[in-house]
Design a protein around this ligand. Structure first.
Ligand code: CS2
Ligand code: MG
Length: 415
C-alpha cells in the first residue's frame, strides 16, 4: 500500500476492564507510529479469566511484533499455546485479531468492510428483542420494537409454572431499549428453575397469539437457550411450523452435534446455533450435514474476524447464512466487528442487535448507525470505535455471574 510502512511494530498492548452497566474487557494495541486498534475480549461471567490470559500470556508476545501480520499472529497465538480452543483462549485471540484488523484498516485509511472486500449490501437487517410475562405484555413489547424501527423481532415469554425464565425482561420495555442483563452483580450465581414439559405446552400457543394479532409476515425468532433434549427440540420445531419462524435458536445443547440429525428428521423450522461455539471445528458436522441454517457465533467468541470469516465461508458452501450473536455482553467493539463482516460477506442472514446502555455508549463511542431497521458500520477508518478512558475509569469492575438452572427435583440443568 503506497505510503503504508512495510512493517508496523507493536509498541504497547493494554488490557482495559470497565463496567458501565455491565463488565467489558477490551484490548488496546498501539503501534510504534501511534496507530491504535481495539479488540473485544468480553466473556460474560468469566471476564477476568480472559483479562488474565491476555495480560499474563499474550501481551508479552505482542510487543515488537509486526501488526500487519494478522494471519501469522492468529496462527502463532493458536498453535504456540499448545492448548487449543475453548472460550477463554478464543476470546483472547479474537481481541488481538480485531485490534490488528482495526489497525490495518486505519493505516489503509478505510472502514474495515472495504478491506474485507467492500459492501455486499446497503444495510444490515437486525432483529430486536421482545418479551412478556403474558401475551398482552409481549404484544406491547413487540410493538415497542417495531416503533423503534425493528423489522424482525425475537420473542421470549414467561411460562406458567416456571418462576424465572431466560430472556424475559423484569420490566416491560415501553421504549425500544430492551433492558435485560442476565449476568447479576453478586458473589454467587443466581439459581433459576426450569420445566421442559411446561415450556413445550406453553410456547406454541404464544406464537399462535402473536401471529393472530400481528399477521403472517413479521419475521419472528425464538431462543430455546440450550434447554431441550433432541426429541423435545424436534417436537417444538414441529409445533412451531405453522407460525413460520425465521429461526429457532439453540434448541438443544450442541456439543452433541449429531443430536441435530434427530431434530432435522422431524421439523423444517430453520435452526440457528453457535453462540457458545469457539472454533470452526464446533460446526463441522452441523454445516457438512446441513443440520443448521444460521451460524450464531460472535466475532468475540469465535477467534476474531479472521476465524469468523473462515466459518462463514465454509457455511456459504452449504447455503448456511450468518446470524451473528449481538447481545449487550458483546461490546460495541465486538458489535462493530460483526457489522463490518455482515456488510462484506455474501451469505449474510440477519444480525442480532441488543442496544447497549447509555453508560456503555459513553465509554465506547462507535460510528455504527441504526436507521429504519438496518444497521451500518459507518465509514470511519478501521472498526470505527474509540474508547473513553475517563468514562471507563468511573465504572470499576464488579463481579457478576450468569444464573444457572435446577429442575424441580434439584438436578442442575442448562441455563
Ligand atoms: C442469548 C444471549 O442473545 C442471545 O441469543 O443467548 O443473551 C446469552 O444469553 C448471553 O449472551 C449470555 O452471556
Ligand atoms: Mg441465544
Amino acid at each position: 500500500m503506497p505510503g503504508v510502512a512495510a512493517t508496523s511494530p507493536i509498541r504497547t498492548a493494554e488490557v482495559l476492564v470497565t463496567s458501565p452497566g455491565r463488565n467489558f474487557v477490551t484490548l488496546r494495541v498501539m503501534t510504534e507510529d501511534g496507530v491504535v486498534g481495539l479488540g473485544d475480549a468480553t466473556l460474560n461471567g468469566r471476564e477476568l479469566a480472559v483479562a488474565a490470559y491476555l495480560t499474563e500470556h499474550v501481551v508479552p508476545l505482542l510487543i515488537g511484533r509486526d501488526a500487519h501480520r494478522i494471519e501469522d499472529t492468529w496462527q502463532f497465538l493458536y498453535r504456540s499455546a499448545y492448548w487449543r480452543r475453548g472460550p477463554v483462549t478464543m476470546a483472547a485471540i479474537a481481541a488481538v485479531d480485531m485490534a490488528l484488523w482495526d489497525i490495518k484498516a486505519r493505516l489503509a485509511g478505510m472502514p474495515l468492510y472495504q478491506l474485507l472486500g467492500g459492501a455486499s449490501r446497503t444495510g444490515i437487517m437486525a432483529y430486536g428483542h421482545a418479551s412478556g410475562r403474558d401475551v398482552p405484555e409481549l404484544l406491547d413489547s413487540i410493538r415497542a420494537q417495531l416503533a423503534d424501527g425493528f423489522r424482525s423481532v425475537r420473542v421470549q415469554t414467561s411460562v406458567p409454572g416456571v418462576n424465572k425464565l431466560y430472556g424475559v425482561a423484569a420490566q416491560p420495555s415501553t421504549s425500544g431499549r430492551y433492558d435485560y442483563e442476565p449476568a447479576q452483580r453478586a458473589p454467587l450465581p443466581a439459581e433459576e428453575d426450569w420445566d421442559s414439559a411446561a415450556y413445550l405446552r406453553h410456547v406454541p400457543g404464544v406464537f399462535d397469539a402473536v401471529r393472530s394479532e400481528l399477521g403472517p409476515e413479521l419475521p419472528l425468532l425464538h431462543d430455546a437457550h440450550h434447554r431441550l433434549t433432541p426429541i423435545q427440540a424436534a417436537r417444538l420445531g414441529k409445533a412451531l411450523e405453522p407460525y413460520d419462524l425465521f429461526w429457532l435458536e439453540d434448541c438443544t445443547p450442541a456439543e452433541n452435534q449429531e443430536g441435530l440429525r434427530l431434530v432435522r428428521q422431524h421439523t423444517t423450522t430453520p435452526l440457528a446455533i453457535g453462540e457458545v461455539f469457539n472454533t470452526i471445528w464446533d460446526y463441522q458436522t452441523l454445516i457438512r450435514e446441513q443440520l443448521i441454517d444460521y451460524v450464531r457465533s460472535a466475532v468475540t467468541h469465535a477467534g476474531g474476524i479472521t476465524a469468523m470469516r473462515r466459518i462463514l465461508d465454509y457455511a456459504a458452501q452449504y447455503q448456511i447464512k450468518s446470524g451473528i450473536h449481538g447481545p449487550t455482553d458483546v461490546s460495541p467493539v465486538g458489535m462493530s466487528a460483526a457489522l463490518h463482516l455482515d456488510l462484506a460477506i455474501h451469505n449474510f442472514g440477519i444480525q442480532e442487535y441488543m442496544v447497549h446502555s447509555p453508560a456503555t455508549r459513553e465509554v465506547f463511542r462507535s460510528s455504527f448507525t441504526w436507521a429504519d431497521g438496518y444497521l451500518h458500520p459507518g465509514d470511519e477508518p478501521g472498526l470505527g470505535v474509540t474508547y473513553d478512558d475517563d468514562a471507563a475509569s468511573r465504572h470499576p469492575y464488579q463481579a457478576a455471574y450468569l444464573p444457572f438452572n435446577r429442575l424441580k427435583d434439584g438436578t442442575v440443568h442448562d441455563w
